[in-house]
Ligand binder design. Structure first.
Ligand SMILES: [Mn+2]
Length: 328
C-alpha cells in the first residue's frame, strides 16, 4: 500500500529488527502533545538501540509532561548529529508539530505504529493496526526476536499500553494486550504498577479539577442525548492556571454521561484555531466523522483541526456531523 506516492515497505517482525540493527545516530521522533504511548515507545526504542551500541535520542515538539518522569528521569541523551530518523506512534507527519531541531523534510527510515490512519509517510513501516498501543507492537516484536525486555523497557511498555487502553478499560485492550502485560508483570512483579496508575489516571492539579467542573457545567447535549460536546476556550486555561499538557484526557469527559455515543471535545488553541478530539461508544465510528473535517485516527478515538471559523459555527458543525453519523 502506498498512500503518499513515496513508496513504503511494510516490514515483518524479523525484518524490523534487521533495520533497527542497521541504524546509526538516530533521532527518534514522537508526536506533539506527547502521551504515555509515544513517550514509552520512544524510550523503549532508545533502550533497544542502546543495547545494540547505537546512539539515539527521543525528540518531541512539546515538553514531556512530568507524569512521565518515571520513564525519562534516568536518561541523559548524548550529543550527536543525527544521521537517521525514525518515528514511534506517529500516524501522520503533521503530528510531529514544530520540531525546530530536526529537519522534517529528511527521510524517515522507519515508522513503528498502530494507527489504522497511518499515512505510510516513512520509507518502511512496522505496524499492527489491531494493536492497542505502539508499545504493544514493540512488546511482540521483542518477543518474536528474543530481544531481552529489561526492567527499564518493561516500565516504558507498561506505561504505553496502560495509557492507550485507558488503564485497560477501552475495547482496544485485546487478549494479546493482556498477555503482554501479564508477561511484563510476571517478569517484573515489583514495578510500581499501582503508583503509576494513580499518577497516570487519577491525580490532577487543582486547576484541572476546577476546569473539569466548569466544562461539565457547560456541556452541550444533542436532543436525543447521544452526542455530547465540550468547548474549551483558551482563556480558561490561563484563568485556571492549567498547562496544555494537563488537559490530556479531557476528551474522555463527555463519554462519562450515560447514553452518550459520541463525545466531542473542541479546544481553542492560543493561535485561535481549534483542536478537536472525538471518542465513540459501541455503535460509533468517530474516525469517519473526523475524516469529513480532514482528520482521522481510530474508530473509537479520533481527532481533527479547524484553522478558521468562530467557536459557535465549529461546534455546531461538529454536533451535526456526529449526530448524522449515528443515524446513517
Ligand atoms: Mn499510541
Amino acid at each position: 500500500m502506498d498512500q503518499t506516492g513515496r513508496g513504503c515497505t511494510e516490514l515483518s517482525s524479523e525484518a524490523v529488527y534487521d533495520v533497527l540493527r542497521s541504524l546509526e545516530d538516530v533521532n527518534i521522533l514522537i508526536h506533539r502533545s506527547p502521551d504515555g504511548d509515544c513517550v514509552g515507545g520512544g524510550y523503549a526504542v532508545y533502550y533497544i538501540l542502546k543495547a545494540l551500541g547505537i546512539r539515539s535520542r527521543v525528540c518531541c515538539a512539546d515538553p514531556i509532561p512530568a507524569m512521565f518522569d518515571e520513564i525519562t528521569q534516568e536518561v541523559t541523551f548524548e550529543d550527536f548529529e543525527p544521521k537517521m530518523r525514525i518515528s514511534v506512534d506517529v500516524a501522520d507527519t503533521k503530528l510531529f508539530g514544530n520540531l525546530p531541531e530536526d529537519d522534517l523534510n529528511a527521510e524517515i527510515v522507519l515508522c513503528i505504529d498502530h494507527h489504522i490512519s497511518n499515512t505510510h509517510y516513512a520509507k518502511q513501516l512496522f505496524w499492527d493496526p489491531n494493536s492497542s498501543a505502539a508499545c504493544e507492537v514493540l512488546f511482540w516484536m521483542m518477543q518474536d526476536n528474543a530481544i531481552p525486555i529489561t526492567r527499564e523497557i518493561a516500565r516504558c511498555l507498561y506505561v504505553g499500553i496502560a495509557t492507550d487502553t485507558g488503564c485497560f478499560q477501552f475495547s482496544n485492550a485485546g487478549a494479546d494486550t493482556f498477555a503482554a502485560v501479564s508477561a511484563i508483570k510476571r517478569a517484573y512483579p515489583d514495578l510500581p504498577y499501582a503508583r503509576l496508575n494513580r499518577e497516570l489516571f487519577i491525580l490532577k492539579s487543582e486547576g484541572r479539577i476546577r476546569l473539569d467542573t466548569r466544562l461539565m457545567q457547560n456541556i452541550r447535549l444533542s436532543d436525543d442525548g447521544k452526542v455530547a460536546l465540550i468547548y474549551l476556550p483558551d482563556s480558561w486555561m490561563t484563568e485556571l492556571k492549567v498547562s496544555a499538557d494537563e488537559v490530556d484526557g479531557v476528551a474522555n469527559l463527555p463519554m462519562q454521561i450515560i447514553g452518550v455515543e459520541i463525545g466531542i471535545t473542541c479546544k481553542q488553541q492560543p493561535d485561535g484555531s481549534f483542536r478537536v478530539s472525538m471518542r465513540g461508544g459501541e455503535h460509533a465510528d468517530v474516525s469517519a466523522v473526523c475524516r469529513q473535517f480532514g482528520g482521522g485516527g481510530h474508530v473509537k478515538a479520533s481527532g481533527c483541526s479547524f484553522h478558521t471559523g468562530d467557536p459557535e459555527t465549529v461546534c455546531r458543525q461538529l454536533m451535526e456531523a456526529a449526530e448524522a453519523s449515528l443515524k446513517a
